[in-house]
Design a protein around this ligand. Sequence first.
Ligand code: RNT
Ligand code: ZN
Length: 417
Amino acid sequence: MYSRYESAKEIYSKQGIDTEAVIEKLKNISVSLHCWQGDDVKGFDQDGPLTGGIQTTGNYPGKARTPEELMADMEKVMALCPGAKKINVHACYAIFEEDGFVDRDALEPRHFKKWVELAKKFGIGLDFNPTFFSHSKVKNGLTLSSPDKDTRDFWIKHGQACIRISEYFAKATGFPCVMNIWTGDGYKDIPADRMGPRLRYKESIEAILSVPFDKNLVKPCVESKVFGIGVEAYTVGSAEFSLSFAAMHEGCLPLMDNGHYHPTEVVSDKIPALLTFFPEIALHITRPIRWDSDHTVLFDDETKEMAKEIVRCDALDRVYMALDYFDASINRIASWVIGFRSWQKALLSAMLTPNAKFKTLQDENKLSELIIAQESVKVLPFGDVWNEYCNRLGVPTDCTLWDEIAKYESEVLSKRV
Ligand code: RNT
Ligand code: ZN
């Protein structure tokens, strides 16, 4: 019998698209899976709440409480998601064994040995993030930009320790490690000095990047933000600050989180702008909604548009893609899986688009035809290719996804009381 996929394959081939080649390519594009969705960004190195301009809401039962639980959940997530992965670890997920706790300024590669073991088990890479929040040494909401030298020095040492850990990750796994610097530094209300904190922030990040490291192995990034909860008036690491910092420091990448801009700005438009100048850029893929930057990623218009830009700029090897959202109000595995699969769908949809044909229409100024062509692609049988992709990679299709998650919920998550 002629399957739905066979029929879709033929329809796409009339558009000049080889679905077989697309499936082969997509399965090898790696996307970084954030460890912090599983425990509401809590980590293992301190007992306090999540503070520092970000917040999780909801208390759905079953959150991971230990490294073992978190890693088991991540393994489940990976089994439900098609496509290549990396694992994104935050420094607060250090695992202290026999020799006990050390503070963030003294972290060493050995505290992340178990993460390396997990990555190696799957033959995948690791990314890393210093954790500049949820800690007593965040002084008056500030870390690297604090006017207090001891505070800055503590956090600089943390950043430097993280460079060493990132290099260890890259060497141990054989994949470069993207190390992202984000702080919530800023003020709730109108500051009297906007430049002073930025000058200190610049010097502190420079001090972190002054430790020797191999630029092919460690890819440091700076992530900007427009505002955070409790930090509404002023963010030190604003868009202009971060972009300028990356532009002026060779080997440092700008990282755009699409939850960190004004509501009418779109990261899809910023991707080609940055690719015009930077050899490599990094993304945090998320879904902003009103004041929150971190809802579960969906297969929505802007998500598709971002993937489309990466694909049609032929930049899949120049853009480091990582997920960054956290939802504690629904099954956390579901949130993780929905987001990862949505980004996979967005990439697939972008690769099933006749981009070259569309560009020609634009260059020939056939703009009416272009709209018709772009609209027509929206109703092609994308779902049949998606289902085929899931089947071939041995993961559930959307129809049976909840059954799998519900089973894990009843067998594993519901026992965590
Ligand atoms: C916060 C930033 C940052 C964090 C993670 C946990 O607004 O997006 O990337 O979400 O570091
Ligand atoms: Zn982010």
